[in-house]
Write a protein that binds this ligand. Sequence first.
Ligand code: NAP
Ligand code: MG
Length: 497
Amino acid sequence: MSASASDYHTIAGRLAFPSLAFIDGGWQAAASRRVYENINPATGAVIGTVAHCDAADVDRAVAAARASFEAGAWSRAAPEVRKAVLLRLADLVRAHAEELAVMESLDSGKTVKDCLNEIGHEVPTFFQWYAELADKSFGKVAPTGEKTVAMIVKEPVGVVGLVLPWNFPMLMAAWKLAPALAVGCSAVLKPAEQTPLTALRLAELAMEAGLPAGVLNVVPGFGETAGQAIGRHDDIDVVSFTGSTEVGAYFLKYASESNLKPVGLEMGGKSPMIVLDDADIDDALIASAINAAFWNGGQNCSANMRQIVDRKVKDNFLQQVLDKTRALKVGDPLDPATDIGSMVSAEHRTRVLSYIEAGRQEGARLLAGGGISAGLPGFFVDPTVFDEVAPAMRIAREEIFGPVLGVIGVNGLEEALQIARDTDYGLHATVFTSNIDKALHLAKRLPCGTVAINGFTEGNVTTPFGGFKRSGSLARDNGTEAVDQYLQTKTIWMSLR
Ligand code: NAP
Ligand code: MG
């Protein structure tokens, strides 16, 4: 029998929340002894305090990471040794999935349903997949002729700084840690200030799986202090960041003002969904449109919030989208029947509401939602649909990162493509058409890292994920490409006598 809301509330009541930093294989208070309050955004209640790490703690974490990297117990271990540890970690995450999912839900306002899927399935898959890659990656021998042998080998880059957002806390940790650890790097990870809990617990589980002390350090804290200290640290070899475009730009500045470390950036988006007049407006398409907009309460970097629909099918499309939107259940994230939990914080909700107001002011037509969900504690926003959104409006151009869908009517493929391309971002797009030539024409002409055809998806562990333009750097998470962020290329040239 599947668990009920009251089962999850019972688990929540029994949970112990991590509150310290995890440095050099153990729990440590911030050097300053300071803590900050962690709030459950679905109730507004304080659920605990967390170490408020700053530059001094990042220094300690980097020193531990460097020492572990140089000692070599992980960085120079046989690949099958790293594989075995990461496979054990995948199993441990699976075994603790329920506890971790409830913890993440309380920490973030995400629904327990989504947390269970991410933590019970996706996170272990990531550790397993990169574990399996560890002992199946080969170097190359260059074609240099009779008198020489030139080997091209990959080596772990060293100490990596991983800075994460709050929308998929444990999944983003896995996206970066799994490939970084699989190739032998040591890591200093800063979770988002709102959602530190599961990353801290993951560090503890990694030790239980057999990861040597110092290889994974987690420093909860704030962007301006702990985040900036990672960005500017001279002994961090690479930073991989996921978050907003604004903060991604800071990391380029930090790197240029310190040791010129490479910076991998996965950033924001304002992704289009195009529905052509020959698309089948069936249940599957509508489910995709709803999922693309409202999954995770719209707090999703690849959310398709500009739904560009041919006018010949728009009325039909919109009516079905509205019916489904109004049926979405907003409320207690620990209730498995809930579709949309709370926004991550009061501050974020205010920002989302300000965009809804901007949509109204600029003349878009509000058809569903439009405000705070009635009768709920915490920081909820109703799923909101605007029609008659014009491409120049703020709600069509700026990333809202909340449940605010804008529908734009167009006449034909070329107008749809022109509007879809007209953005500073380039993370994702979805295309619906029954014509394969049109589908591939659009896929080739859309400047973004992922194009989904006839179904919204971000891909899976096997497919690289990242953005064009202001959505990302050349670095990619996921797929075999992800390990490139954490590897150096070395040539060993041998002259034969
Ligand atoms: P954010 O404000 O950019 O924060 C991301 C991380 O950077 C947090 O750990 C944050 O710490 C830290 N940070 C903030 N200011 C900093 C500074 N001045 N120096 C150094 N570090 C700093 O993003 P967010 O609000 O957490 O997440 C939402 C954004 O992430 C959206 O734009 C979304 O599109 C993007 N995102 C992208 C992807 C992708 O793969 N492309 C995936 C998920 C999310 P604090 O927690 O203290 O602010
Ligand atoms: Mg929290």
